[in-house]
Write a protein that binds this ligand. Sequence first.
Ligand code: FAD
Length: 323
Amino acid sequence: MGYPANPILVLVDVDPAGGAASSTAALIGAASTIGAPVALIVGGTPEATDAAARAGAQVVLTATGDDAALTVPIADALQAAYRQVAPDAVLVSNSVAGRDVAARLAVREKLAVSVDAVGVSRDDEGVVAHHSVYGGAYLTESAPTYGAALITLRQGAVDTRAEAVAAPVVEELAVIASGAPAASAGAVEAVEAVSSRPELRGAAKVVSGGRGLGSKEKFVLVEQLADALGAAVGASRAAVDAGFIPQSHQVGQTGVSVSPQLYVALGISGAIQHRAGMQTAKTIVAINKDAEAPIFEVADFGIVGDLFTVVPQLISLIEARKG
Ligand code: FAD
């Protein structure tokens, strides 16, 4: 079939149950700002195809997955789609799987990869990726000298959403397996999430606590504010090292990078390594008893005060508004 003009090929991350990952809407939304989104779903359910169509894909290409082999079948499908669609750019989630597949496509098709972009745009010469670098201190741009732009997009960084198109085309993609060596997963065991809170990666709101919380018991205050706001819980490395919360909640250079709409930092000094993981948040609120704390340099709203006095008041105000 013919594809729309200026196609942007979007690889949808598929979860183990075959659903479209939560990054899908942002990937397709970003693609819609620079061209016509053409989504590729490998090993997804019909619901995943619907999700991509609802998110604004003009064309949804589907390919059969492989439950055992990791990554290679997805790279094979992405390469087949790339050759068939001849896109202006390829957008992939900056997830572990997304980065792996992007690297494989780059090697196979001799493309330059722009990693961990926080936005995309178009200029006279083509598609440009935007990056937040050096701990969020600078914004830079990257674009390939030749070939299509291959971009991994940071989860949560783009909040543009596309309108669903009236009648998206759904097409089965023919893929010839490359036979490249692939790692395989022997047994896949689902880990039940015991939390009703949003996942940190990609969350729209994050409340993080630092060493200023003082103890694991008192860290509950961070969770209470997060629950009042419907936010995910994050932490500084000092809070993780002190055992207040597991490492999976660590935000920063050696933890998770987040770009939520709202980031609330409680008792966090704002070291460069922490800021590296949260500085691209749209609105940053800091509560710290030290007016000189570096976190205030990046905060949009700051409260100088004891968090154990301020946060309970904040929670009751939020609850009162809800009521
Ligand atoms: P502190 O710097 O000790 O700050 C605690 C803050 O709490 C202070 O500002 C204090 O004024 C305030 N406070 C105390 N009591 C109260 C109160 N009652 N009310 C209000 N405020 C209060 N850090 C990360 O976070 N993420 C990373 O990924 C990361 N990676 C690193 C990688 C490397 C290679 C290195 C060297 C370091 C890394 N760090 C990282 C550590 C980082 O340098 C800081 O040490 C850490 O972020 C400090 O955490 P903190 O702000 O919670 O603690």
